[in-house]
Write a protein that binds this ligand. Structure first.
Ligand code: ISE
Length: 357
């Protein structure tokens, strides 16, 4: 580990990352964390999972046993401080992210942090400030935030098309975010903070500007909605320049996982997310049909995006860089999420309160 001397004393800068392989600790091995361990072990080059940590010891043991040489480190802060860990993937529940990300900065370790960066805008801003201070001292950024859609080949192509100017000026973006079902604890507020948060990042990524205000409407609820909750929701983002993005978020469709984005621009329209794959034709008593399968969940729909995201994070960490959304994007998502929750509660258009970059 390298250190620098500052007024605050001797502080660590980024760990000396070995040219050979990045030794990764995965914190939190629930659904997403376990998926990342499997991905790092079988599909990602240049990295090795050397430690896992989870509040459920049995789960940690079970996942560690899938990777030769992987240890269980019960306390996540010990895993972060471990000199044999070069980088950290955080997939713990959101309430632990702030402490863990700040500890990674303190130890100079690169991080891939699943969303949310932290639970609210004020704590995300504190992380922005801490990483800024680290960057001013070392010239390096450490934290990448897991907004994986930016790595999805379709979103990447749409982004290239918009930035090429071929479509002309984008005016309106229509988004649909549909889940087949959600667990019984999933509230309308979580539809904003857990689901629509991806459209927040997509809107900022595609249009390259901040969201200025949010309005949330509650259409008639499906009878399949979680008891007492509004589902679907219609969410409207007003971008800083006056462009608008609408999102239909419907998390109990009973069908499959669908994420669609359509950009309406001055000189053309572009649509992604049809998820068609193989199209099959068959006959039957009701007549001939043309059909194709739809991804059952986000793990399949965005599987490739997750792989590309983690590979690019590993490659960048080995170069001492990040390659994707960072702390500012995490902070913006938290600030828009707060405005969205307020708009849901009040039924009124709510302005996003954010610091200037
Ligand atoms: C989940 O947490 C995700 O991040 C998925 O991408 C999203 O589609 C889903 O609605 C969320 O619950």
């Amino acid at each position: 580990m390298t250190t620098t001397e500052t007024a605050a004393g001797v502080l660590p800068v980024m760990a000396d990352v070995p040219a050979a392989e990045l030794r990764v600790a995965v914190l939190g091995v629930g659904m997403m964390g376990a998926d990342h361990v499997a991905r790092l072990h079988s599909r990602i080059s240049g990295a090795r999972v050397v430690a896992v940590s989870d509040a459920f010891a049995e789960k940690a043991e079970e996942v560690a046993a899938t990777v030769p040489g992987c240890r269980v480190v019960p306390d996540p802060l010990d895993a972060i401080a471990d000199p044999e860990v070069d980088a950290v993937l955080i997939a713990t529940p959101g309430q632990f992210h702030q402490e863990q990300v700040l500890a990674c900065i303190e130890h100079g370790k690169p991080v891939l942090c699943e969303k949310p960066l932290t639970l609210d805008a004020a704590s995300s801003l504190a992380v922005v400030r801490a990483e800024d201070e680290y960057a001013a001292r070392t010239g390096r950024r450490l934290i990448q935030v897991g907004f994986m859609r930016r790595y999805d080949p379709e979103y990447a192509e749409l982004h290239r098309l918009i930035t090429s100017g071929e479509l002309g000026e984008p005016l309106v973006v229509h988004c649909a975010h549909r889940n087949p079902s959600v667990p019984p604890h999933f509230t309308s507020q979580m539809m904003i903070t857990d689901s629509v948060v991806h459209e927040v990042d997509v809107a900022r990524f595609l249009l390259d500007e901040e969201i200025a205000a949010v309005t949330v409407l509650r259409p008639r609820a499906t009878r399949h909605a979680v008891q007492g909750e509004s589902d679907p929701l219609l969410v409207l983002f007003e971008m800083a320049s006056g462009r608008m993005v609408d999102v239909e978020c419907f998390v109990s469709t009973g069908i499959a996982y669908e994420v669609r984005t359509e950009v309406v621009a001055e000189d053309g329209i572009a649509l992604i997310g049809l998820d068609t794959g193989l199209v099959r034709q068959s006959g039957g008593p009701a007549g001939a049909v043309r059909s194709s399968a739809i991804s059952p969940s986000f793990k399949e729909r965005f599987g490739r995006a997750y792989d590309i995201q983690v590979q690019r994070w590993v490659d960048a960490a080995r170069r001492g860089e990040i390659d994707g959304p960072g702390v500012w994007d995490g902070y913006a998502a938290a600030a828009v999420g707060e405005a969205g929750v307020e708009a849901l509660r009040s039924g009124h258009r709510t302005e996003v309160r954010m610091e200037q970059r």
